[in-house]
Design a protein around this ligand. Structure first.
Ligand code: IPE
Ligand code: IPE
Ligand code: MG
Length: 245
């Protein structure tokens, strides 16, 4: 599939994905849930490289939510171990593909090993100029918004900003995603049709795309399908169709 007929302006600048279905996919294969996460990691690599190939500027992946801490201990620790291993393993390919890594979430809650590995890959890929890959780890949108409210309130209290000047720009600047544009396209795999506390503020006008494909089976073809669907839509942002032309 080629997107040559579309200008860079029409392509989504920010694609976010709720990577869901690792456990169910594994079960379908007669495997253990944890093996689903291993296969999910391979799908991450495929998808990141496909997005880079398409010139997607920002790709944000929901890898672990604030609620996922409630999963069985072994599953949480396996996910953390996989994260460390894959960060280490992917550094070289990320560099080769000009990918810049960032992370959002309550990162202080992550185990030290994960934090250190993450920090290292973020630093080593900092000057890459291709796709900006953001991993949402221990991420919850309500937690993010709560933190922004606290930070803004403190600044008001200390007369750093006044209440009347609080606007959407100031709120944006206090979110983890301060350096990212709004999400254009949000994809969720596995057939679930919900947001699960992901980027609530940033998806205000995103196009939503749900697919039954389980995350371990997601690939370049599926990403292209989602983008093709996005490109067919008319984003009106409240206006009438006539006003857009
Ligand atoms: C997504 O797959 C990965 C994480 C949430 C960490 P799941 O583990 O949620 O898989 P299902 O939804 O149980 O199939
Ligand atoms: C959302 O998936 C979180 C991630 C993909 C990391 P979940 O599997 O945790 O979501 P729910 O519990 O089905 O809503
Ligand atoms: Mg799930």
């Amino acid at each position: 599939m080629s997107f040559d007929e579309f200008s860079a302006d029409e392509m989504p600048k920010h694609v976010a994905i709720i990577m869901d279905g690792n456990g169910r996919w594994a079960k379908q294969q007669g495997k253990n849930r944890l093996e689903g996460h291993e296969s999910g990691a391979i799908a991450v690599r495929r998808t990141v490289e496909a997005a880079a190939k398409l010139g997607i500027k920002h790709l944000t992946l929901y890898a672990f939510s604030t609620e996922n801490w409630k999963r069985p201990k072994v599953e949480v620790s396996t996910l953390m171990t996989l994260l460390v291993r894959n960060l280490r393993r992917e550094l070289e390919r990320m560099t080769k593909n000009n990918i810049r890594l960032s992370a959002i979430g309550s990162l202080s809650k992550l185990p030290n090993k994960v934090r250190h590995e993450l920090q290292e890959v973020i630093e080593k890929t900092q000057s890459n100029t291709g796709t900006n890959l953001t991993l949402a780890l221990s991420y919850g949108a309500r937690e993010e918004i709560k933190q922004a409210v606290i930070d803004i309130s403190k600044k008001v209290k200390n007369s750093i900003i006044n209440v009347e000047s609080i606007d959407e720009t100031i709120i944006n600047e206090h979110l983890y995603t301060q350096n990212l544009p709004d999400v254009d396209l949000l994809i969720r795999t596995s057939g679930e049709v919900r947001i699960s506390n992901f980027l609530l503020w940033q998806i205000a006008y995103a196009e939503l795309y749900f697919t039954d494909v389980m995350w371990p089976e997601f690939d370049e073809h599926e990403l292209n399908r989602a983008i093709k669907s996005y490109l067919k839509r008319e984003r009106r942002f409240g206006k009438t169709s006539e006003q857009l032309t």
